[in-house]
Design a protein around this ligand. Structure first.
Ligand code: NAD
Ligand code: UDP
Length: 313
């Protein structure tokens, strides 16, 4: 049995990871400050004697004895990470320093939840890990993008300078049950709007693209990544290479929910990436042929069912 720390464990991805690692027979310590996470995401785990909940902010140091650390703490949706941009930078940078310092001290393996946002508004399509990105350092997305880029730098430097065993995954747009209904990301927004018969808000003309990965596929990739040998540090892309326009997503969700909500167009936010799609050959090669298996329709069906239930409560 391993003892595992998950920062951001009460969030969307974190809560699924807590569940999965407990199911695999580990002891899980879930650390969160509940900025965007919620206790309801993990209440069903509280009775498990191998699950522990800690209210803590990763911008301040934390000491505990564990074998592995998954560093997920950071608001992930634009409205939340732009709410207090200085805090977002602190969470990514100070959080990485604190968790890497801990990993160094206790000789734990540590995984960083990085992001496709390190590629910014990419000029290369699709995106390989070797691409350095096209990021505005002073725009509204910069607190998140540059914070995550600096965290990657810190991970590499702690590895090179101190021999810390690191793993970096660059996560592309991931969706599924337990996304926050008001978190502003496109999948949750469109589903909630469709179910509530409100207008579907497309930013810009809707021709921008994203590649949507169901949360279970991501978890499989993350867990396999943690199990790789010490020479595999990443960064490795984890995403679904099937690309859709935002307009296609809206139409699909309208059709699947049977909603007659109207589509309206709103201004495109600053620096909104025009296109995004991962190259996943590195993940396939290093993670036992990992590739996403959940089709968008199937993943959306499960996510719609989750929000239908949530909105009735
Ligand atoms: P989320 O907002 O649901 O989860 C983030 C969690 O971190 C929340 O529980 C929040 O309360 C917690 N948190 C935030 N600041 C904290 C702090 N200072 N101290 C302690 N806890 C803090 O978002 P998510 O989608 O589950 O994202 C999890 C991680 O994956 C994030 O690091 C995010 O950047 C990364 N990621 C997610 C996606 C995606 O599409 N969902 C894509 C790329 C990267
Ligand atoms: N988007 C949209 N309507 C919404 C929310 C988002 O058209 O109500 C668009 C957004 O402008 C972006 C895409 O959907 O082009 C994905 O947005 P999200 O915030 O989910 O993720 P990110 O931009 O970080 O990839």
């Amino acid at each position: 049995m391993k003892r595992i720390l998950i920062t951001g464990g009460a969030g969307f991805i974190g809560s699924h990871l807590c569940e999965r690692l407990l199911q695999e027979g580990n002891e899980v310590l879930c650390l969160d400050n509940y900025f965007t996470g919620a206790k309801r995401n993990i209440t069903h785990l509280l009775e498990n004697p191998y699950f522990e909940l800690i209210r803590h902010d990763v911008t301040t140091p934390f000491y505990v004895e564990v074998d592995e650390i998954y560093n997920l703490a950071c608001p992930a949706s634009p409205i939340h990470y732009q709410y207090n941009p200085i805090k977002t930078v602190k969470t990514s940078v100070m959080g990485a320093i604190n968790m890497l310092g801990l990993a160094k001290r206790i000789k734990a393996k540590i995984l960083q939840a990085s992001t496709s946002e390190v590629y910014g508004d990419p000029t290369i399509h699709p995106q390989p890990e070797s691409y350095w990105g096209n990021v505005n350092p002073i725009g509204s997305r910069s607190c998140y993008d540059e914070g995550k880029r600096c965290a990657e730098t810190l991970f590499k430097d702690y590895h090179q300078q101190n021999g810390v065993r690191i793993k970096i995954v660059r996560i592309f747009n991931t969706y599924g049950p337990r996304m926050h209904p008001n978190d502003g990301r496109v999948v949750s927004n469109f589903i909630v709007q469709a179910l509530q018969k409100k207008e579907i808000t497309i930013y810009g003309d809707g021709r921008q693209t994203r590649s949507f990965q169901y949360v279970d596929d991501l978890l499989e990739g993350i867990v396999r990544m943690m199990q790789t040998g010490d020479d595999v540090t990443g960064p490795i892309n984890l995403g679904n290479p099937k690309e859709f326009t935002i307009l296609e997503l809206a139409e699909k969700i309208l059709q699947m929910t049977g909603s007659n909500s109207k589509i309206v167009h709103m201004p495109l936010p600053q620096d909104d990436p025009v296109q995004r799609k991962p190259i996943i050959s590195m993940a396939k090669a290093n993670l036992n042929d990992w590739e996403p298996v959940v089709e968008l329709d199937e993943g959306l069906q499960k996510t719609i069912a989750y929000f239908e239930k949530l909105l009735k409560e």
